[in-house]
Design a protein around this ligand. Structure first.
Ligand SMILES: Nc1ncnc2c1ncn2[C@@H]1O[C@H](COP(=O)(O)OP(=O)(O)O)[C@@H](O)[C@H]1O
Ligand SMILES: [Mg+2]
Length: 156
């Protein structure tokens, strides 16, 4: 599996907008990458693919999760400030992970024991000022398949 090299915010959004076509309710997207890598940018691309304006997307840094009225809805988590998993349990995260919408999770590595059994993993790594390496992989059959489709699209 090779990385896709994005040269701009626009290209990163385009990958996400393409991915949106593959998604259905109950899907989980884990976003991994350091501050400024482009995780929130990626969510803007997903939102655009599901027909809402990317301006509606902002990182839910103080509330754990934002909901966007896309079809299906996007549940946008940002776990940067998460300490332990108690807050996630209290907010009833599983209704959003395994529910009617698409869960997109920034800093998903902080889920610990709440890590879902199957998910799509998007890793975004800084390569330079505006260059990013995007790697997509899947855990579980459905997400492996989506990763394959995206790999084909990204190398076309
Ligand atoms: N190729 C690229 N892909 C994504 N973002 C990029 C790229 N090049 C520059 N950027 C900039 O990097 C920043 C990424 O911010 P953001 O998406 O909020 O990151 P994160 O959510 O990972 O902290 C934005 O200011 C964006 O304009
Ligand atoms: Mg962010």
């Amino acid at each position: 599996m090779s990385a896709y090299i994005s040269q701009s915010e626009k290209q990163t959004r385009a990958v996400a907008t393409q991915l949106a076509q593959e998604l259905r309710p109950g899907d989980i997207i884990n976003l991994i990458g350091d501050l400024g890598a482009g995780k929130t940018t990626f969510v803007k691309g997903l939102a655009a693919g599901l027909k809402i304006t990317p301006e509606a997307v902002s990182s839910p840094t103080f509330v754990l999760m934002n909901i966007y009225e896309t079809n299906p809805p996007i549940y946008h988590f940002d776990l940067y400030r998460l300490e332990g998993t108690e807050d996630m349990r209290q907010m009833g995260f599983d209704e959003f992970f395994y529910g009617e919408g698409i869960a997109v999770i920034e800093w998903a590595e902080r889920l610990g024991e709440l890590m879902p059994p199957a998910y799509l993993k998007i890793e975004i790594a800084h390569q330079g000022e505006s260059e990013r390496a995007i790697t997509i992989s899947g855990v579980g059959e459905r997400f492996e398949q989506i990763a394959d489709h995206m790999q084909t699209w990204m190398t076309a």
